[in-house]
Design a protein around this ligand. Structure first.
Ligand code: HEC
Ligand code: HEC
Length: 366
């Protein structure tokens, strides 16, 4: 198995190399598809994106095959973990027959966002994630486990309840995540993790322009009112062909998908569904604007969001809720431009460090 992974990886690198020659590295590309919506008045982009984009040829993107595992306890557990990711609504969703199993509060699956069972490059994949936990979480201001992180998505993205950390469902999900991280050393970066880092706009994202992009491109699948399209009927726990993007059965306002930077990059790297980050279908401004439109729509509200980011200087610039330490409006935190906020926070961090008591030099009175 190891051999075939390696061979596949070399093949992928070779292909990625050729692709790179043809299309150039992603951050230098102009948008390949002309926008179907008239360009906004000011489309200038900042360069480069604030987060470094991994080199395209670098990753050996390995997608381990859970079906190749033997039919033993480990193989069955990993596959059950994968089922929980891809069929969340059917196993622990709000419409399952056994009320004690209703952990998720909406009928999404983890896979609605962690695409292709959590294995797609820049589709919020899980490769490398297991090796990265426990880690410091700014949102809670403490070191958290991978179980805490999964429960973060359970209570926010899935708008539901925490899974018992030592129960069989959590064990299976973590087993699947560990399986996907095999060969990823602790401390090593996994290029392709996250959702990407396209250039930012120097203007605020424009939900009004985004509405037109939505109608032209997204509504065909996600519905004109963002309600998505069910596989069957309400109550049958069969989930969605196209998930809702807002409304009562969507993620809540404390979810990661409500933060514009992660979400707009997710949309650009993956939508319309099937798009890859190498061949985005949306122009950069369209991706920011349409995501801003989606985020301006109503969705379930989470209580006590003001308790997030207790160390307030650590709040991400695109946090859609306060309290903020800087003087920028909530609207600017939601829509950008983010560079001025980032600069102000960096300055506050620097002066906080300067004001902190400094250790006395050794020579002084010792
Ligand atoms: C509505 C979209 C959405 C759904 C549904 C969702 N997540 Fe997430 N998840 C996110 C976003 C956004 C992030 C944050 C990525 C980042 O920090 O850049 C995330 C992060 C994570 C991470 C950490 C990833 C990393 O790279 O550190 C894990 C683990 C995770 N989710 C597990 C789950 C599980 C398990 C489920 C289902 C029970 C789930 N998620 C459902 C959007 C979602
Ligand atoms: C061809 C159909 C299609 C089109 C067009 C499309 N999507 Fe999606 N989208 C999907 C599917 C399917 C998923 C879930 C993937 C899965 O479950 O494997 C998804 C998932 C999503 C998600 C994460 C899940 C959630 O519930 O929020 C977001 C956000 C999203 N799409 C936004 C958009 C935006 C914005 C557009 C327009 C630019 C768009 N999509 C266009 C099919 C589509």
């Amino acid at each position: 198995m190891q051999t075939s992974f390696t061979t596949a990886a070399f093949g992928a690198v070779a292909i990625a190399g050729i692709t790179l020659l043809i299309i150039g590295p992603p951050q230098n590309r102009t948008d390949p598809v002309a926008s179907t919506v008239p360009p906004p008045v000011a489309t200038a982009l900042t360069t480069p994106a604030p987060r470094a984009r991994p080199a395209a040829a670098e990753p050996q993107w390995v997608v381990p095959d859970a079906d190749a595992l033997p039919d033993n306890d480990w193989g069955r557990t990993v596959r059950y973990g994968r089922d929980l990711i891809t069929r969340t609504f059917a196993l622990i969703g709000p419409e399952v027959a056994d009320p004690s199993r209703r952990y998720a509060g909406n009928n999404l699956s983890c896979e609605s966002c962690h695409l292709q069972a959590g294995t797609k490059q820049f589709g919020l994949p899980f490769q490398g994630v297991f090796a990265d936990f426990p880690n410091y979480r700014a949102r809670s201001g403490a070191v958290g486990t991978i179980e805490d992180r999964i429960n973060g998505c359970m209570t926010r993205s899935m708008n539901g309840k925490r899974l018992p950390p030592d129960g069989p469902d959590m064990t299976a999900m973590v087993a699947y995540l560990k399986f996907l991280s095999e060969g990823r050393p602790v401390g090593a970066a996994t290029p392709g993790r996250g959702s990407g880092a396209m250039p930012e706009l120097i203007r605020a994202a424009d939900p009004v322009r985004g509405k037109a992009v939505y109608a032209k491109i997204c509504a065909a699948c996600h519905g004109p009112a963002g309600q998505g399209q069910r596989v069957g009927a309400v109550g049958d726990a069969k989930g969605y062909t196209f998930p809702p993007l807002w409304g009562p059965d969507s993620f809540n306002d404390g979810a990661g998908m409500v933060r514009l930077i992660s979400a707009a990059n997710f949309v650009r790297s993956n939508m319309p569904n099937g798009t890859t980050w190498q061949t985005p279908a949306l122009s950069v401004p369209d991706a920011w604007d349409v995501t801003a439109y989606v985020q301006s729509q109503p969705r379930p509200q989470r209580a006590n969001l003001d308790r997030d980011f207790p160390k307030r200087l650590q709040r991400p610039v695109d946090s859609n809720y306060g309290p903020y330490v800087d003087a920028f409006s909530q609207e600017q935190h939601r829509l950008g431009p983010f560079a001025p906020i980032r600069a102000a926070i960096a300055e506050m961090k620097a002066s906080a460090t300067a004001k902190a008591p400094q250790p006395k030099p050794l020579s002084e009175g010792r």
